[in-house]
Design a protein around this ligand. Structure first.
Ligand SMILES: *[C@@H]1O[C@H](CO)[C@@H](O)[C@H](O)[C@H]1NC(C)=O
Ligand SMILES: *[C@@H]1O[C@H](CO)[C@@H](O)[C@H](O)[C@H]1NC(C)=O
Ligand SMILES: *[C@@H]1O[C@H](CO)[C@@H](O)[C@H](O)[C@H]1NC(C)=O
Ligand SMILES: *[C@@H]1O[C@H](CO)[C@@H](O)[C@H](O)[C@H]1NC(C)=O
Ligand SMILES: *[C@@H]1O[C@H](CO)[C@@H](O)[C@H](O)[C@H]1NC(C)=O
Ligand SMILES: *[C@@H]1O[C@H](CO)[C@@H](O)[C@H](O)[C@H]1NC(C)=O
Ligand SMILES: *[C@@H]1O[C@H](CO)[C@@H](O)[C@H](O)[C@H]1NC(C)=O
Length: 323
């Protein structure tokens, strides 16, 4: 698990945030012998035609096999492969086709033979069928997972010697959550920052600065020493933020902290240790969903220090083998 998370951090996966559910599913019927996973007892259904339709419209149906009385009904992960054989029973599985017949010569060659993504309404599951050199059809099942919260054993980002840039591979939309934990530095006069930066537009839809010391620049009287500033910036080379709001900082030196950020279309909500909620109006010109990078310690000043920190978000997603 450690390795997986580490990998994801340095090379964010390029999968789309929420794959589409196929709308053009067809049942492909061939003759062959399916190989089931060990211990699987197929469900059965009464009528072959209904069986085909039920499988086509059931998100977790992998395959149906014709029997004397109807069909055997197999779910995702219950079928390993099909060995095509003219003397075998009729078996059927899903393909994603608009109107044409399967391409390839013979039709079920080509890799993948079929790739279908379906959802139970919460998670996404992909069934990929490939054909090996003996024309055997191999079924592979993967599930699309996203971080929902801190991983059980987060790999701490540590005291990075530089600013940390984390590119987003999908949009930070309402419903998404950013989470970070760490430890405030032990010596006075420091701060650290979390940027929601839009590299594409050169602005900061959200800039969070946690200050344990004197604020370095008195932008406005609403900013605080020992405070937390939420602001938006056109571009940091401009001396002043576009909007800024100051709040008391509940964290003291050496304190462990937890910060979560989520949003509506017009406001951002920053939760401190799950107890304090800061509400900040987004700048309409800088929608939060244009964020394409999180940056920790953007300025890279030596006083921008925190330790033992971890951050992640709900858009950190990957495919993994289905269990
Ligand atoms: C099928 O899944 C297994 C285990 O996850 C993997 O080793 C194999 O490469 C996959 N095959 C294909 C064709 O994707
Ligand atoms: C933000 O997170 C809080 C705490 O988990 C939750 O109660 C709230 O519904 C979330 N708001 C949005 C807009 O997602
Ligand atoms: C804190 O930093 C400010 C600005 O850099 C400086 O003026 C001040 O003397 C420092 N205070 C302490 C106690 O280090
Ligand atoms: C920020 O503004 C400076 C000065 O106008 C400009 O040179 C720079 O390209 C801008 N940066 C971005 C990311 O737009
Ligand atoms: C913060 O910590 C300092 C010493 O580290 C202590 O003197 C001070 O009382 C603490 N403040 C609060 C509000 O707990
Ligand atoms: C915040 O939570 C951490 C534990 O996650 C705790 O150690 C720390 O004292 C808390 N800080 C405040 C100010 O409540
Ligand atoms: C920020 O950058 C400074 C200087 O490069 C470094 O000393 C500090 O540890 C960094 N802090 C974080 C949180 O990355």
């Amino acid at each position: 698990m450690h390795l997986v998370i580490l990998f994801l951090f340095f090379f964010p996966s390029t999968v789309t945030r929420k794959p589409d559910t196929s709308e053009n599913l067809k049942m492909i019927v061939i003759n062959g012998n399916p190989v089931y996973s060990p211990g699987v007892v197929p469900g059965s259904r009464g009528d072959w035609t209904q069986c085909l339709e039920e499988c086509r419209t059931t998100w977790n149906c992998a395959l149906v096999t014709q029997t004397a009385t109807g069909c055997d009904f197999l779910l995702l992960n219950q079928v390993k492969s099909i060995t095509p054989s003219d003397s075998g029973p009729k078996v059927a599985f899903k393909m994603n086709l608009v109107d044409q017949c399967p391409s390839g010569s013979p039709p079920l060659s080509g890799n993948p033979v079929s790739k279908v993504i379906e959802s139970n309404g919460i998670d996404f599951f992909e069934t990929e069928v490939t054909s090996d050199s003996d024309s055997k059809l191999i079924f592979n099942y993967t599930v699309f997972k996203c971080l929902k919260d801190f991983p059980e054993n987060p790999v701490l980002r540590g005291e990075y010697p530089i600013r940390v840039v984390y590119p987003l591979t999908s949009k930070f939309l309402p419903g998404e959550e950013f989470f970070m934990k760490g430890k405030i530095r032990s010596t006075f006069n420091g701060s650290f920052s979390i940027s929601f930066f839009s590299a594409a537009n050169g602005n900061y839809p959200l800039f969070i600065k946690v200050i344990n010391g004197w604020r370095s620049t008195p932008y406005t009287s609403s900013a605080w020493d020992n405070g937390i500033e939420l602001s938006t910036w056109y571009n940091t080379t401009y001396r002043y933020p576009v909007t800024i709001e100051g709040y008391p900082n509940p964290f003291n030196l050496s304190d462990a902290f937890e910060i979560r950020v989520n949003s509506s279309d017009t406001q951002v909500f920053v939760y401190l240790n799950g107890t304090t909620k800061l509400i900040f109006d987004l700048e309409p010109r800088f929608p939060l969903e244009t964020t394409d990078q999180f940056i920790i310690n953007d300025s890279g000043y030596p006083h921008e220090k925190i330790s033992d920190y971890y951050f992640g978000w709900t858009g950190e997603c990957w495919w993994e083998p289905m269990e």
